[in-house]
Design a binder for this molecule. Structure first.
Ligand SMILES: Nc1ncnc2c1ncn2[C@@H]1O[C@H](COP(=O)(O)OP(=O)(O)OP(=O)(O)O)[C@@H](O)[C@H]1O
Ligand SMILES: [Mg+2]
Length: 219
């Protein structure tokens, strides 16, 4: 499915608790739903399980209890914390690759990629090599490449981790743009610039189990 419309339920997280073998519960009774057109920030201190929650939503990890339902046929795309790409390929090549991989002729793929790059403020970098991009530009290129895959659900892990304030603002604006294009976007972040611009915020600190001294949660 490629909905590209707003208000379609994509993900339902129902009473999820999670722990890894041999570790304490990270969180319990997490519940939320997300529709296309909405952004959700997942916040919490380092080690609180933000990236793990993205893995649960992507079904890479199975929750210890509870369930995660993704709308059947949804395309899910993940943007990792560290921008990654072939050093000596141009921004245009990297952005057009998903279209070419889906069988679109190169001239048309380049045109579609360029439209999206312009929309995300990368017009002046279209001819640049990946290795010459700033951290913020590289992160925005990762977002452009992800949306060229036309996902219904986008999972983004710490998109502004190594960015200055200006670049962080630009990335936050880009994330809003993605939701406005009809995607559901979940962002793991501890950056106020990012979470303040999201529709909803899920603070994992609020889901840490209360453990009585000497008693192991769910033991
Ligand atoms: N596969 C695994 N096996 C065991 N423990 C794990 C595994 N993956 C993560 N953890 C642990 O689970 C906890 C949560 O990790 P996670 O990476 O989700 O945190 P985070 O909130 O994303 O942190 P950060 O802000 O540093 O990115 C950490 O204590 C981590 O060491
Ligand atoms: Mg993380």
């Amino acid at each position: 499915m490629s909905s590209n419309s707003r208000g379609v339920m994509i993900v339902q997280v129902k009473d999820v608790s999670h722990r890894f073998p041999e570790t304490d519960l990270l969180y319990e009774h997490v519940n939320f739903e997300l529709e296309t057109g909405q952004t959700l920030a997942v916040t919490g201190p380092s080690g609180s399980g933000k990236s793990t929650l993205l893995s649960l939503i992507a079904c890479w990890e199975k929750p210890y209890s509870g369930r995660v339902d993704i709308r059947k046929g949804s395309r899910v795309c993940w943007v990792f914390q560290n921008p990654y790409g072939p050093k000596y390929r141009t921004v245009r090549d990297i952005a057009s690759f998903p279209f070419i991989a889906h069988g679109m002729p190169r001239p048309q793929a380049n045109e579609k990629a360029e439209e999206t790059l312009v929309e995300f403020g990368l017009k002046t970098r279209i001819e640049s090599l990946f290795c010459d991009l700033s951290g913020g530009e590289a992160q925005r290129l990762m977002l452009v490449r992800a949306i060229c895959c036309e996902p219904d659900l986008l999972l983004v892990d710490e998109p502004t981790a190594q960015l200055d304030m200006r670049s962080a603002h630009q990335v936050a604006d880009s994330l809003r743009l993605l939701a406005d294009r009809g995607m559901a976007v979940v962002i793991a972040t501890h950056d106020p610039f990012v979470w303040q611009s999201c529709d909803r915020v899920l603070n994992l600190e609020e889901y840490v189990p209360l453990v009585e001294e000497g008693v192991h949660a769910l033991a």
